[in-house]
Design a protein around this ligand. Structure first.
Ligand code: 13P
Length: 247
């Protein structure tokens, strides 16, 4: 069984004072069997990495450019993320796909860039409500997975996050059996493509995960953790999700 991962995606939230949340999280749960990751905005990465230096908490980015450097105003490269102390990066989040039109091919290039900088890539996939209603969920997720993930993925370098777009920030979640259906589908695709490595790759669920539903979602077969937005911002909420994944 892959080691579970509790990942917080802070999105565009958090000023310096929010570093206190990471300290509070560590105080409440200094050791844990699952991995714990916070992906703060880029402005906080270096200071958070310093705070987390002697904690069992990893720090990650929320995006990277596919090039290592160059004339790309406002962008951040994978080596720059690694230089702050980050060890992970979220790629292909649906908010970036929707707002910036990121394509599966771009996400694949970014994933390779992340690996070249020794970052573990968390590649996000998931269907919209229209796609689910049209019974296209597995086709969409399968196509995103096939094109966004490069061929040389390993369990150490790739995490897949299944995030139904309609569940993000809405308080709505799929049923447990709907989550199981998609996660099992993703697992089968990963093992078909990557063999034994695919069996060890972590598949996270994301979308309105909270202290109340975390334990039930964590118990679903092939759910190896969570990618948590709103409920990761406050240590008092996120700690319950860490504990659910730690059980
Ligand atoms: P919420 O947990 O706020 O629904 O966000 C999920 C998400 O988008 C994590 O990447």
């Amino acid at each position: 069984m892959p080691k579970k991962l509790a990942a917080g995606n802070w999105k565009m939230n958090g000023l310096r004072e929010a570093l206190a949340e990471v300290k509070a999280l560590n105080d409440a749960c200094p050791t844990h069997d699952c991995d714990v990751l916070i992906c703060p905005p880029a402005t906080l990465m270096r200071s958070m990495a310093k705070v987390c230096d002697d904690m069992q908490i990893d720090v990650g980015g929320q995006d990277c450019h596919e090039n290592t450097s160059g004339a790309h105003t406002g962008d951040i490269s994978a080596p720059m993320l690694a230089d702050t102390g980050a060890t992970y990066v979220i790629l292909g989040h649906s908010e970036r796909r929707a707002t910036y039109g990121e394509t599966d091919r771009q996400i694949r290039a970014k994933t390779t860039a992340a690996w070249n900088a020794n970052l573990t890539a968390i590649v996000c996939i998931g269907e919209t409500l229209e796609e689910r209603d049209a019974a296209n969920t597995l086709d969409i997720v399968g196509a995103q997975l096939a094109t966004s993930v490069p061929d040389n993925a390993t369990a150490a370098t790739l995490v897949v996050a299944y995030e139904p777009v309609w569940a993000i920030g809405t308080g709505k979640t799929p049923t447990l059996s709907e989550i199981e259906e998609v996660h099992t589908f993703i697992r089968n695709r990963l093992t078909d493509r990557f063999g034994a490595e695919g069996a060890e790759m972590r598949i996270l669920y994301g979308g309105s995960m909270n202290p109340k539903n975390a334990a039930d979602i964590a118990a679903v077969p092939n759910v190896d953790g969570g990618l948590v937005g709103g409920a990761s911002l406050k240590a008092s909420d996120f700690i319950h999700i860490v504990q659910a994944l730690n059980a």
